[in-house]
Design a protein around this ligand. Structure first.
Ligand SMILES: Cc1cc2nc3c(=O)[nH]c(=O)nc-3n(C[C@H](O)[C@H](O)[C@H](O)COP(=O)(O)OP(=O)(O)OC[C@H]3O[C@@H](n4cnc5c(N)ncnc54)[C@H](O)[C@@H]3O)c2cc1C
Length: 327
């Protein structure tokens, strides 16, 4: 079995940044990704526009040219794909890592397609796979989705969008503009404060003029084939409905992290235990990179501020390797 210096779990922007840095520094590395290259971005809404300008999404200062200052999903796919192909990064796609176990001789990594041994492992698995569930009756009906892709699907339909953050607001506005009858259901008293500064006035104006209906301080109690039951401050509302987009955020796979021996904080943030100077977790040789570092605080890390993790981790691995050689 081939022995690696580092195996990277996840081929998102940050896993790719780690692979590129490992390659540049001459490490034996492999990225294992359960979907296509940058799987999370591939699954974003087709017309999605990043809030970051393109230079802030760059890896290793490789120029990211986009038509507008803030790139679209397709441009980001093009950019990260070209990084993988032009640099001939070693990446196994459509292969899911199922288990990482530590032994005296490093790590054994088991995927659904193979077995690997590595001195170090980087977990860069993001948070986009597990939606925050509403846990209400009817949530499993086929008309309910936790991922939004294309507004065309909802044209001329009664669409309820649950949530108040960027994903929900983008979906509500885009679907309304393509002819959906949109109702927003918001748990708190207002549209989220972190909604993009150029989008927030747009949604507030659409709500105020009555184009999009909004229920604040409200919760969906049940989803039925043709209606929703909503608890509002004015009482229970029965809302006619064809489709539901429950865009209430996503969370990291905590069970996966715990199974690897990574400690999580006991509070609701569930912050993983790692050294901020090296990104190494409480399990020696096991590192975290990218948005996974934020636990339930999924807004804390993004591409812009976590792309630096790649250099920090690879430099720590190299330092340890040098120490081993001299001891
Ligand atoms: C709608 C939206 C807009 C955003 N806009 C911006 C923005 O403008 N600027 C910005 O900086 N950030 C933005 N973000 C956040 C940004 O997309 C994420 O920060 C980024 O994807 C994080 O990269 P990552 O590599 O850490 O995780 P991800 O991109 O989520 O990559 C994790 C990868 O791990 C893979 N994986 C998971 N489990 C396994 C396993 N067991 N085995 C193998 N592979 C596995 C997944 O398939 C995935 O490809 C946005 C996010 C969303 C949802």
């Amino acid at each position: 079995m081939e022995r690696l210096d580092v195996l990277i779990v996840g081929g998102g922007p940050i896993g790719i940044a780690c692979g590129l840095e490992a390659k540049k520094k001459g490490l034996r590395y492999l990225i294992v990704e359960k979907g296509p290259i940058v799987n999370s971005l591939f699954n974003y809404p087709i017309n999605m526009q990043f809030f970051s300008s393109s230079e802030r999404l760059e890896i290793d200062e490789i120029p990211f040219i986009s038509k507008e200052a803030k790139p679209k999903r397709n441009e980001a796919l093009e950019y990260y794909r070209r990084i993988v192909t032009s640099n001939q990064l070693r990446i196994h796609l459509f292969e899911k890592v199922e288990d990482v176990s530590k032994n005296e001789d490093g790590f054994t990594v088991r995927s659904d397609k193979g077995l690997y041994t590595a001195d170090n492992v980087i977990i860069a698995t993001g948070f986009y796979d597990l939606p925050n569930m509403l846990n209400v009756p009817g949530e499993n009906l086929p008309k309910v989705s936790h991922y939004y892709k294309d507004p065309h699907f909802y044209a001329s339909q009664k669409l309820a969008v649950i949530g108040a953050s960027n994903s929900a607001i983008d979906a509500a506005l885009e679907c309304w503009r393509k002819g959906s009858e949109v109702t927003l259901i918001i748990r708190g008293p207002e549209v989220g404060q972190r909604v993009k500064y150029w989008v927030r006035p747009d949604i507030i104006n659409r709500i105020n003029e009555g184009s999009i209906q909004a229920y604040y301080n409200s919760n969906v109690k049940e989803i039925r084939e043709t209606e929703l039951i909503i608890e509002t401050p004015e009482g229970i509302v029965h809302l006619e409905n064809d489709f539901v987009l429950a865009l209430t955020g996503y969370m990291p796979d905590f069970a996966f992290l715990e199974a690897l021996g990574i400690q999580l904080s006991k509070d609701e943030k569930r912050l993983p235990n790692y050294d901020q100077d090296t990104m190494e977790t409480n399990v020696p040789g096991l590192y975290l990179a990218g948005v996974i570092c934020g636990g339930m605080e999924t807004h804390k890390w993004f591409i812009e501020n976590s792309r630096i993790h790649a250099k920090i981790i690879v430099s720590d691995i190299l330092q340890k390797k040098a120490q081993e050689t001299h001891s």
